[in-house]
Design a protein around this ligand. Sequence first.
Ligand code: IMP
Length: 433
Amino acid sequence: MAKNVVIVGVQWGDEGKGKVVDILSEHTDIVVRYQGGNNAGHTVIIDHGKFILHLIPSGILHGNKICVIGNGTVLDPLVLIEEIDTLKKSGYLRDDSHLLISNEAHLIMPYHKKLDLLKERVKGNLKIGTTGRGIGPAYEDKVARNGLRCKDLLNEEVLRQKIKTNLIEKNHILKNIYHDHGFEVHEIYYKYTEYAERLKSYITDTSTFLNNAIDEGKNILFEGAQGTLLDIDHGTYPYVTSSNAVAGEAATGSGIGPTKIDTVVGIAKAYLTRVGEGPFPTEGMGEEGDRLREQGGEFGATTGRPRRCGWFDSVAARYAVKVNGIEGLVLTKLDVLDELDKIPICTAYEYNGGRLEIFPSDNFILGDCEPIYEFMDGWKTDTKGITTFDELPQNAKAYIGRIEELVGVNVIMISVGASRKAAIMIKNPFIDM
Ligand code: IMP
């Protein structure tokens, strides 16, 4: 029986991880977010309505769970405060001890957001298509050892000094390279001392907390953001985010050892989407794509941008299984394919006149790959509301079975609609794996 389960996105993010985390939260004591920032948007639909959470794990919607924001994340304090306020207004997070923020998580500063937007602007055609939330520049400062961390919010003198030192360099860049007016120390300092007042009770040593919880035998769910193909090392660089989105980061991004992770579950949409720039071999569904975008609500939860749509890519999914060590697959949004006559699945790529079965994360090679499709018969039946695998139409079972064969991992859960209840659980990772 797995106690510590990692959830990761198999594709380019937006796989529906928020809903899966929400469902699995019932079986865990603690939910941990370990990388990324408010570039993520996890949509959860529950009886009380729709919630889009950017930073706090969706486990917070289950009253009695402890939610942890780990050291691997980058936090925009204002967004976090707004999220806390929204949750409280809706009757959640009644007990403040249910939210813990790592004192080592890095802070997104106003100059990070500005630099994110300005850097993209000057890149022109080579832009990444970032969410503009300051994620990349905040991670740059982390690696450059210039970053401010949550613990710095707890010491006003250190906070002021670090803002002052950083602004010497940032203002130079902003003024001289981007012809911007830059920032004043006191305006940032004033705002961040206010944020500190609101957040200080949540900031703590979350690594020790988690390791103690593991020793006590608690169940922990580690919630990844973005997806494997957006990982800074293993994704389609440079069209990636600035953190490691793969399962290994659950350990480094939360301060636990990798030997404490029992299993990794990958979340994949029954088709494929991507936001932002970069190669996407199975993109281009023609009119089907427009219909599917509407039906699947394929618009960014964070930026509202229309998502690029394509067919299920088993080459990419196989790769994700390997780099994450995925042992079970959750297939989401199967119902969005309900009306199709034929459903293409990409089984391999054609590249340079040859057949490629291994995903080339190299951006130039991937850009020249043509998908090789196999066409599955559609089921043309409404699958919404189905709660057991047996009730699924035969062709839907065949589609799932073919994905399992191509990807090499069993499907353990299927999502057939937006609500919490619209899911078929085949194996619960906390109980059956
Ligand atoms: P950044 O993370 O804002 O720097 O954006 C880098 C790339 O990752 C862009 O293509 C974004 O659209 C993409 N991205 C970042 N976060 C998400 C997410 O949560 N879902 C899907 N795409 C994302």
